[in-house]
Design a protein around this ligand. Structure first.
Ligand SMILES: [Zn+2]
Length: 191
């Protein structure tokens, strides 16, 4: 049986509630949408996995406000039910020097933690962002309410010039890095 992976692209399209951060002319929701599409394609072309997306099309809008937008993503994953949940985001900071990849989990020492470590290694090795580590955080709704191991990946900082260039020009690389991380978690080699 294929492992079911739910990919949440984090935000709604521009102009709707729960749109994301901006920086260096980039919109978080556009980057996370496309990285999710690439990742789902990689997984769905690998018979060991089956992937679903929170935003299968660029015009998909989830919920009617921020709270229901988040709840809808969790509901879709729990009802499938997915085996793993990966939420994709881009970070922003008033200080343009801040850069790097962070991955949030609900609790250290869990399967989510091990998956996060592999995904971090995959991203850093593939796109060359800085490893800012795995961080425990119990405030993220999608980490608290999903019934399966879940990670929230902050790919990089839109507000940092070097990260922004990677986020603009190497969206496939971020997806491939996450894919390699998933393979590493399972001890698989690339298909
Ligand atoms: Zn976000």
């Amino acid at each position: 049986m294929a492992t079911r992976i739910f990919i949440d692209q984090g935000h709604n399209p521009t102009g709707f509630h729960n749109a994301g951060a901006t920086g260096n002319g980039l919109l978080e929701q556009d980057i996370t949408y496309q990285v999710g599409i690439y990742l789902a394609d990689l997984l769905n072309n690998d018979p060991r996995f089956e992937a679903r997306l929170s935003r299968p099309t660029a015009t998909t809008v989830l919920g009617t406000n921020n709270a229901t937008s988040l709840a809808e993503r969790v509901r879709m994953a729990n009802e499938w039910p997915a085996h793993f949940f990966i939420s994709i985001h881009c970070n922003a900071n008033p200080n343009p020097a801040i850069n790097g990849t962070e991955i949030y989990i609900f609790q250290y020492g869990t399967q989510s933690n091990w998956l996060a470590q592999h995904v971090m290694d995959g991203i850093v090795q593939t796109v060359g962002t800085r490893n800012n580590g795995i961080r425990e955080n119990q405030t993220f709704y999608v980490l608290r309410r999903t019934n399966m191991p879940s990670i929230l990946v902050e790919l990089g900082y839109l507000t940092n010039a070097s990260d922004a260039q990677k986020l603009r020009d190497n969206q496939y690389g971020f997806a491939y890095g996450i894919y390699l991380g998933i393979l590493g978690y399972f001890g698989y080699s690339p298909a």
